[in-house]
Design a protein around this ligand. Structure first.
Ligand code: FAD
Ligand code: FES
Ligand code: FES
Length: 1339
């Protein structure tokens, strides 16, 4: 072995040689910090989001082939890259050279909003195109399966990628033998393009063609190196870790003898996350490099032998190939493995992870191990002592020493036997999300019958996710041998297995009853599957399955997507160059796609920069007995540790916040995640290491209040209670036909902006000036709180925001606290300080959407008319008030949604609990309040025996009316949206089709639901609506515009440039916008509440009009002149070419004493209809189709507006269906990253999505009569919730189960499955509440 090796690889065609490589360095920080390639982004650090996707290319000297694959840079150790070529987003194109067609199309198809996910998306797509220049839609969907986007809702990204597909015109969906092009049959809305309407947001004709010959070639030097293979084992080392890369089997075995405890790192997708998130440290790592024997593929008489080093993606290709060639009876196991390989993680992880690593790491939720275990697979091991074969059985999976690898042994390959005739193998799994989500329960099942006799000769069943290891139901299977395959056997099997695979009520991961139910539901599916095959093989002896029950067999998977859009063309009377009303691409779209757009952490390191990280409370309510900083301070590189004593008397009480939250707690903590100290060190790594060494002793305090119910019991509320009342509720209750009372609980939501909280504070060294570069929605707050902390006036603190990588309300208050502490550190040490939260810290510290409990008492007539409604809203505010009272207020003001409730009383409380304080999140109380109301209406409909849409229509506002707070409303457009949505979705026809489907299918049910939307827009006071702008015209005729709004993906800067272009009649290309700063626009309001473009646009318009007025004489003197001429002439005449613009805010007020006012400027109307299909046995659901009709007024930019609607809709769909936060009974948040918390991925979006904008009908005093759309679409996501509700209701009706059906949000697979009660849910053991401590509690 040779030590001190040089690491050699290529990045974007350039050779990189590293002499002193630190084996702990991952590719992501190396690219970003060392090579300054900041296009590759950090989103989670754990392989779960895809923001860091790069392409890795390797040459195989044996096959002479180059393999290009996508990989997560965050989990790729650089030491593993010897001889590889890395391509990052910068390597495929840039605005300085030539942009790549993928970059161009994703931008021009409006597939970027905040742009933070875009480089990762681009690289996933680029890698696909390197391997398949004309991919199929199915390959496309697979390729993007490991990339998350929180803004767009994926539709435009798919549209962009589809332009590379062979058949981009068609959805390729032939599921029912029908394709999208058969419009009428598929029930598609028959949108027609006309003079007034458009159906497209981009034009394909202008796209650059894809020319594969233009791509970077694989570096010839690396090929030669690989061919020669003269190198020896490479060793890289630092003080802490040694990395050994043997290149021959002999050297590998020697290394293993020398370091038996060292892991054999292949893909690092198991070792890497363990080191990062669980703090497991390995001083030595062995990482074999291209050892042929580990990559074998041998076909023997008995089966297939697959090398342990082959990636799961390679294994998938091998198995796909084998299944094509061999008869089905031999490939049962391979089909089952393929099924799981299709959904296991995303393509990046599948390409990195090795088969050997997967097997040996023995994750309890491994998808492949249960299958391999039931399939009699064997493991070929090798050590210096020789070869050995061990079975992949239960003892191996339990890591019994007698059945395990010895420390010095290596797994060489795996034998996977062929199946035989009369042998059947199946794979099952259910996860929170269809793809790229670890299974909640998975299973491998195999049965072998005697020749044609249907008697069980062998039976093997294994489960994952139900214990600390993969579990085999050995005893049960043994007892069933010799029994015929019939219902009695099934019944006995269920009971035996439930007994053997028993899960305690407090089992880690929770969802215990769901897991128990899945265990036997999967068994039932297997029973049916095998029965059906037996029937096909021998129709005489085996009874056929009733067709109604066949529905249990198929898995729900969305493979293909299809969408249509319709919007109003720009006014024909407009000047041709006027961009208002046109689908102009996001101003930064191309830069997002090339990685050139700069986010806060992309800013280069500043001289003498420090890094700050936080130590947070691990207790939910406790006295801090002591804080010991000594060990942390003694570590090298640690500069300082701040505690509350450094920041006495400073609280978050600024501007509209009245909180007295300490920035750093010293005495007491009120939630897990509360900030206690800030560690400042020379580097991020040192700061993090020191933070782990801070020792805090706590004494727990009582009572611990976590849930809303506990807060109600303890009367733990923030003051004041809010109340709104109209009509005479008590009298009305006396007049109604029926009264019902109910409640619904709604879980919270994590913002999951892709860019975590980020800031860089630079003291200027003069006059106490300080620059704060920060990813925030509210620069003024940052300025104020920083000035207070530093005890300087606001004019010394400048806050700059170039762009924000998603915010959704989460970058207002908490960002201020983080930035203030960072600024304090910077000021104290006179050095720049950077603070970038890791994903886990970010989710833990910053709170999210408020969980809600809604209680209702409703009085109604038998025809569904609601005459009396009494509502109580409780939100879980967390430990501090933050914006929770505003959220309650907005919830109350908006709760009636689209309905006229003549007698309404509603009250709301913000509950103080020991959780991190919740804050603003898109929709601000409306998504919760609206859901409660719709749940109430759904229950009223059920009680009246009427369809819910009927009760909705009956109660809807009718034209001119008054809201409960006595604001006038004209509901004409609401009714039009509703009617149009009914028509375009073919509601009535499809309702009948759904009913027919449901009557024919027992185990699958469809559901259809439509909800209306009336979203009030306004900020509650005139002052909160003021906005300012500054427009400069330079002598060359170019314009620089700034305003107070923050660009966080919604495209506000693009819209502002459109405004300037219209007002000054100037091409878009002459106008520039650099970002937002308190230096140019003082005293800004926060960006949020759907009004950013509207308010700032009016200010920009005002500035432009001031300039025009001033320049009028000059322009009229030379009407054919250019802006350059006019600017020069104005300068010569000493006319100022700079103007501020101002908008004072809309009249708006609400008096909580009288419950009356005019809090909103206007209402956004809409309607959405969604159809779903659920699997009653697993709780899975598929979003079949959604139709949305929205009234957006005169759209300033239909591409951006549709982007907001659909992005919000998908975020809402996530909120109401799969996004679930889990807290321990001690108040610890478990779900701290994309691997535990599932936001919608590409597989979740409706297979068909149709969006149409209502033609504008009224002029208003908003910006060009437009409407703000940032938030409203979230609520429309609940159409999916109610469609699932409808499907569950159908299942329950068929099973004769009694109502009322009350379902809480989110409607996860667990809730769906458990609501579809059946013989299996009855069979499972139930634990007495209180007899065990649950793993998690609903808060
Ligand atoms: C984001 C993400 C999503 C995931 N989703 C899923 C999922 O949906 N379903 C699922 O089943 N799994 C999932 N996984 C787990 C994944 O399948 C495993 O992490 C992966 O298969 C491990 O392979 P690896 O090569 O990266 O292992 P490594 O991390 O390189 O090694 C893991 C272990 O295997 C040992 N080892 C490796 N090769 C050998 C060998 N030849 N001989 C002896 N010992 C060896 C090592 O010593 C080490 O202890 C996911 C992981 C991530 C990060
Ligand atoms: S940052 Fe690498 S996958 Fe999220
Ligand atoms: S554009 Fe995808 S995360 Fe913002």
């Amino acid at each position: 072995m040779e030590g001190g090796a040089e690491l050699l690889f290529y990045v974007n065609g350039r050779k990189v040689i590293e002499k002193n490589v630190d084996p702990e360095t991952m590719l992501l920080p190396y690219l970003r910090k060392k090579l300054r390639l900041t296009g590759t982004k950090y989103g989670c650090g754990g392989g779960g989001c895809g923001a860091c996707t790069v392409m890795i290319s390797r040459y195989n000297p044996i096959t002479k082939k180059i393999r290009h694959y996508p990989a997560n840079a965050c989990l790729t150790p650089i030491c593993s890259l010897y001889g590889a070529a890395i391509t990052t987003v910068e390597g495929i194109g840039s605005t300085k050279t030539r942009i790549h067609p993928v970059q161009e199309r994703i931008a021009k198809c409006h597939g970027t909003q905040c742009g933070f996910c875009t480089p990762g998306m681009v690289m996933s797509m680029y890698t696909l195109l390197r391997n398949h220049s004309e991919p199929t839609l199915s390959q496309l969907n697979d390729a993007l399966g490991g990339n998350l986007c929180r803004c767009t809702g994926y539709r435009p990204i798919i549209d962009a990628c589809k332009t590379f597909c062979k058949t981009s015109g068609c959805c390729q969906s032939k599921e029912n033998g029908v394709c999208c092009l058969d419009q009428g049959i598929n029930g598609l809305p028959e949108f027609e393009e006309g003079n007034e309407t458009s159906l497209k947001l981009f034009s394909e004709e202008e796209f650059l063609p894809l020319d594969p010959t233009q791509e970077l070639i694989f570096p010839p030097e690396l090929m030669t190196m690989a061919e020669k293979k003269t190198q020896k084992t490479r060793i890289f080392g630092s003080d802490r870790m040694t990395w050994i890369s043997p290149v021959t089997l002999k050297e590998l075995l020697e290394a293993k003898v020398k370091y038996p405890q060292a892991p054999v790192v292949m893909g690092n997708t198991s070792v890497g996350p363990d080191m990062k998130f669980k703090g497991i440290f390995h001083p030595v790592i062995i990482s074999p490099d291209r050892i042929e024997e580990l990559s074998v593929v041998n076909y023997t008489d008995n089966g297939l032998t697959i090398g342990a080093a082959l990636s799961l993606a390679e294994m998938k290709d091998i198995l796909a190939n084998v299944t094509r060639k061999l008869p089905e009876e031999k490939t049962q196991m391979y089909h089952a493995l393929l099924k799981h390989l299709g959904t296991l993680a995303g393509p990046q992880i599948r390409n990195m992870a090795s088969l050997g690593g997967h097997i040996v790491s023995r994750h309890p939720d491994s998808d492949l191990n249960p299958l391999l275990a039931v399939g009699n697979c064997t493991l070929n091991l090798l050590s210096k002592e020789g070869k050995r074969q061990i079975p992949l059985n239960e003892q191996f999976l339990r890591k019994c020493p007698s059945a395990d690898l010895k420390p010095e042994e290596i797994l060489i390959s795996v034998n996977i036997p062929y199946s035989k005739k009369w042998e059947f193998v199946s794979a099952f799994r259910q996860a929170q999300r269809q793809q790229n989500a670890l299974a909640i329960v998975n299973s491998g099942m195999r049965v072998c019958f005697g020749k044609g006799d249907g008697i069980i000769r062998e039976l093997s069943i294994a489960y994952g996710g139900v214990g600390p290891t993969t579990i085999l139901a050995k005893n049960s299977c043994q007892k069933l041998i010799g029994r015929p395959w019939n219902e009695e056997m099934l019944d006995a099997a269920c009971r035996l297995i439930l007994d053997e695979v028993s899960l305690p009520g407090s089992a880690p991961g929770g969802k215990v009853e769901f897991k128990r139910t899945l265990i036997i539901s999967f068994l039932f599916k297997f029973y049916l599957e095998v029965s059906q095959i037996l029937k096909e093989m021998d129709p005489v002896h085996y009874p056929s399955l009733a067709s109604k029950y066949e529905s249990a067999l198929e898995d729900l998977r969305s493979r293909h997507y299809w969408s249509t859009l319709k919007y109003q063309n720009a006014d024909l009377k407009q000047l041709p160059q006027d961009p208002i009303g046109h689908p102009i691409m996001h101003l930064s779209g191309i830069k997002h796609a090339t990685g050139e757009a700069i986010y806060c952490d992309d800013m280069p390191v500043v001289d003498r920069e420090l890094f700050l990280t936080f130590v947070t409370s691990s207790r939910a309510r406790a006295k801090i007995v002591s804080i010991d900083l000594s060990e942390a301070l003694s570590l090298p590189g640690v500069v300082d540790i701040l505690t509350g004593e450094h920041l006495p008397g400073i609280t978050t009480n600024f501007g509209f916040l009245t909180d007295t939250e300490q920035l750093l707690s010293t005495d007491e903590v009120s939630c897990v995640g509360q900030l206690i100290c800030a560690v400042i060190a020379d580097s991020e790594v040192q700061a993090k290491r020191a933070a782990q060494r801070v020792k805090i002793v706590y004494r727990d305090l009582e009572p611990l209040i976590l849930t809303i119910e506990e807060a109600i019991q303890n009367k733990s509320f923030f003051e004041p209670e809010r109340k709104l009342e109209c009509g005479n509720v008590d009298e009305a209750f006396k007049m109604v036909d029926q009264i019902l009372e109910g409640e619904i609980h709604m879980g919270g939501q994590e913002h999951f902006y892709m860019e975590t909280q980020s800031m860089l504070v630079v003291p200027k060294g003069e006059d106490q000036e300080i620059d704060v570069y920060v990813s925030t929605q509210f620069p003024k707050y940052i300025q104020d709180i920083t000035a207070a902390v530093l005890k300087v006036s606001a004019n010394k603190v400048m806050c700059h925001v170039k762009r924000v990588g998603g915010a959704f309300g989460g970058k207002v208050t908490k960002t201020g606290v983080l930035a203030a502490i960072t600024a304090f550190a910077a000021n104290k040490h006179g050095r720049p300080v950077r603070c970038i939260l890791e994903r886990g810290e970010d989710i833990l510290i910053t709170g999210g959407r408020h969980p809600y409990l809604g209680k209702y008492k409703v009085g109604f007539m038998n025809d569904g008319r609601i005459l009396a409604l009494n509502m109580e809203h409780y939100n879980n505010a967390g430990a501090f008030l933050d914006e929770s009272l505003f959220v309650i207020e907005m919830g109350l003001l908006k709760l009636e949604n689209a309905y006229k409730f003549p007698n309404l009383r509603c009250r709301g409380w913000a509950c103080r609990t020991n959780l991190p304080s919740n804050t603003a999140l898109r929709g601000f109380g409306f998504p919760q309040a609206g859901l409660i109301t719709e749940a109430c209406i759904t229950e009223v409909a059920a009680k009246c025996g009427l369809p819910p849409e009927k009760v909705r229509t009956v109660n809807m506002y009718k034209e001119i009316d008054q809201t409960p707070y006595k604001q006038e409303i004209n509901a004409k457009n609401l009714i039009q949206c509703w009617k149009e949505c009914m028509a375009t979705s073919s509601y009535t026809l499809r309702k009948a089709a759904v009913e027919k489907f449901n009557s024919e299918n027992y185990w699958k049910k469809k559901g259809l639901a439509m909800v209306p939307l009336k979203f009030p827009v306004g900020v509650g006071s005139v002052a909160a609506g003021q906005a300012a702008a500054l427009v400069h015209i330079y002598l060359d005729g170019s314009v620089l515009v700034t305003h107070g709004g923050i660009e966080m993906g919604q495209g506000v800067h693009t819209k502002m440039i459109q405004v300037v272009s219209r007002e000054l009649r100037m091409p878009l290309s002459s106008i520039h916008l650099r970002g937002t700063s308190t230096e140019t626009i003082p005293n800004t309001n926060p960006s949020g509440g759907s009004v950013v473009a509207d308010l700032n646009g009016l200010a920009v318009k005002d500035a432009c009009q001031t300039l025009l007025k001033r320049l009028e004489p000059i322009i009229s003197k030379n009407p054919r002149g250019t802006w350059k001429d006019w600017a020069q002439a104005a300068f010569n005449e000493s006319i100022s070419l700079s103007a501020t613009g101002y908008f004072r805010g809309y009249e708006s007020n609400i008096n909580w004493e009288t419950g009356e006012g005019h809090p909103f400027e206007y209402f956004v109307y809409g309607a959405a209809c969604s159809e779903v299909e659920i699997d009653c046995l697993t709780g899975a659901h598929k979003n079949i189709r959604t139709d949305i009709v929205m009234d957006v007024g005169y759209s300033i930019n239909p591409a951006l507006d549709i982007g907001q609607i659909e992005g919000a809709f998908i975020q809402g769909m996530g909120l109401y269906t799969i996004e679930e936060l889990n807290y321990s009974p001690q108040g610890v948040l478990y779900t701290r990253g994309p691997n535990q918390y599932k936001i919608p991925a590409i597989c979740d979006i409706p297979m068909e999505l149709h969006i149409s904008l209502l033609p504008p009908s009224e002029n208003s005093n908003t910006l060009y009569s437009s409407k703000g759309l940032g938030e409203s679409g979230i609520f429309l996501g609940c159409s999916v919730f109610f469609a699932i509700h409808d499907a569950i209701s159908a299942a329950r009706q068929e099973r004769g189960l009694p109502g009322p059906l009350r379902l809480n949000s989110p409607l996860t697979p667990e809730k769906i499955r458990m609501a579809c009660e059946d013989k299996f849910t009855k069979m499972i053991p139930r634990d007495e509440p209180g007899s065990y401590v649950p793993w998690s509690i609903p808060i």
